[in-house]
Write a protein that binds this ligand. Structure first.
Ligand SMILES: [Zn+2]
Ligand SMILES: [Zn+2]
Length: 140
């Protein structure tokens, strides 16, 4: 265990009172990510491609050993209308929910939100047949 981890263990809630100001380069798209502009103390994903790293168990605690890339797989709406991103670790499959930062790529967020609509689990070409069937049932 290194010194920094020890400090975090002994100081309960260390990460909550110490915002992470690290700058890093996104491992997925190469975007240079700075701490400014996020609108909060913790930036845990790339504002361009929204990919995260599996480092935290709770936001900011850096307690996970995995280190795998976490893909954004879904968005959901929190109480109050705030958007959050669901990340899934490519290495271990862990899921986590993260608040959207002020400067997150809005097109990327929308494309994630629209993905299930664009790729339904049935052939979209047959939708008119299904609609036709439903219609005839109502008429009968
Ligand atoms: Zn990225
Ligand atoms: Zn993982």
């Amino acid at each position: 265990m290194n010194r920094e981890n020890k400090r975090k263990t002994f100081q309960k809630g260390y990460y909550k009172t110490h915002p992470c100001g690290d700058a890093f380069t996104c491992k997925a798209c190469g975007w240079p990510v700075g701490p400014e502009g996020a609108g909060s103390g913790h930036r845990n994903h790339c504002p361009n491609c929204l990919t995260s790293l599996h480092l935290d168990i709770e936001p900011g605690d850096r307690a996970a050993d995995c280190g795998g890339l976490m893909e954004p797989v879904a968005v959901w709406v929190r109480k109050g209308g705030e958007w959050a991103v669901i990340h899934r670790c490519k290495r271990c499959g862990a899921l986590s929910s993260n608040r959207v930062a002020a400067d997150d790529n809005p097109m990327k967020l929308l494309s994630i939100a629209a993905r299930p609509m664009a790729a339904p689990p049935f052939p979209i070409e047959h939708l008119h047949k299904l609609a036709g069937l439903a219609g005839s049932e109502i008429l009968e």
